[in-house]
Design a protein. Structure first.
Length: 116
């Protein structure tokens, strides 16, 4: 069974940086895209950033210019560099992997807390 393993979350002061990483536990073929979502308490899960196997990226407006997604899709890994963090970025961040078959997988989530 495929598992997505996330790392890099933690506590940081406003203005600081964190780098999240996500890797699949087994080699997967047929990946369409990988990405990061986040969910704050009482809020719906929302897209943060995604990258397709062709290298096309997409960002939420709230993180444009501050976050950068990168990945080695063929190696089943994706990273999220988060700079200039704000308290409103506090959330649980989830990695998502989508196959061309439309099957998808989620990671277990990693907590990011930004203090003011």
């Amino acid at each position: 069974q495929v598992q997505l393993v996330e790392s890099g979350g933690g506590l940081v002061q406003a203005g600081g940086s964190l780098r999240l990483s996500c890797a699949a536990s087994t080699r997967i073929i047929g990946i369409y895209a990988m990405g990061w979502y986040r969910q704050a308490p009482g809020e719906q899960r929302e897209l943060v950033a995604s990258i397709t196997s062709g290298g096309r990226t997409n960002y939420a407006d709230s993180v444009k210019g501050r976050f950068t997604i990168s990945g080695e899709i063929n190696e089943n890994t994706v990273h999220l560099q988060m700079n200039s963090l704000k308290p409103e970025d506090t959330a649980v961040y989830y990695c998502k992997l989508t196959l061309w078959s439309a099957n998808l997988y989620w990671g277990q989530g990693t907590q990011v807390t930004v203090s003011s």
